[in-house]
Design a protein around this ligand. Structure first.
Ligand SMILES: *[C@@H]1O[C@H](CO)[C@@H](O)[C@H](O)[C@H]1NC(C)=O
Ligand SMILES: *[C@@H]1O[C@H](CO)[C@@H](O)[C@H](O)[C@H]1NC(C)=O
Ligand SMILES: *[C@@H]1O[C@H](CO)[C@@H](O)[C@H](O)[C@H]1NC(C)=O
Ligand SMILES: *[C@@H]1O[C@H](CO)[C@@H](O)[C@H](O)[C@H]1NC(C)=O
Length: 140
């Protein structure tokens, strides 16, 4: 009895410790980034910023965007970020195969406070950024 009680207590302690370490999992929001820009063959974009899932400002560690199907100029990336997190980020034009940085987004860091529901962030590469909650891909 005592041993089983101690085991249960240990298990509960482990579960609560794990919960405290991984609060992200509970309320992650899918944030879709869209960069509208054609690039030379062999190039692409990453989105990097100050959180580990965006490579902590290191393009080679950041997630690569994918071309929207049938498009040559809409790059897409969906990243799960914690709701409520404030993140600063920029797209970087890179060599597609190596993520070697070729050109950083011009201007101030972009930012988002991650909402509860999934959202799309539309970025104009030329620096006149507009961050909006909606335009669906279909309307771009
Ligand atoms: C990102 O940087 C901003 C400005 O320094 C800071 O307020 C924010 O908490 C940082 N976000 C993360 C996820 O570290
Ligand atoms: C976050 O971005 C908006 C533009 O989208 C800007 O007005 C604001 O100053 C930025 N916030 C910070 C702390 O840089
Ligand atoms: C989030 O999405 C749910 C389900 O679609 C909706 O009921 C709710 O109003 C949304 N919340 C916000 C803050 O937009
Ligand atoms: C940036 O690109 C958009 C869309 O191509 C265009 O409407 C806008 O005038 C451009 N802005 C600058 C400053 O070049």
């Amino acid at each position: 009895m005592a041993a089983s009680f101690r085991y249960t207590a240990l298990l509960l302690a482990l579960i609560s410790a794990t919960g405290a370490l991984l609060p992200q999992e509970a309320n992650a929001t899918d944030v879709q980034f869209v960069v509208a820009q054609q690039v030379a063959f062999g190039q692409g974009f990453v989105i990097t910023g100050n959180t580990s899932s965006l490579g902590n400002w290191t393009p080679t560690s950041a997630p690569l965007m994918s071309l929207a199907s049938g498009s040559e100029s809409y790059w897409l990336l969906t990243v799960a970020l914690d709701a409520g997190l404030y993140v600063e980020f920029k797209p970087v034009r890179v060599v597609y195969d190596t993520k070697e940085a070729l050109e950083w987004y011009i201007g101030s860091n972009l930012n988002i406070t991650v909402p509860v529901n999934s959202t799309t962030v539309y970025i104009q590469w030329n620096g006149s950024s507009s961050l909006t909650a909606q335009p669906a891909i279909a309307t771009l």
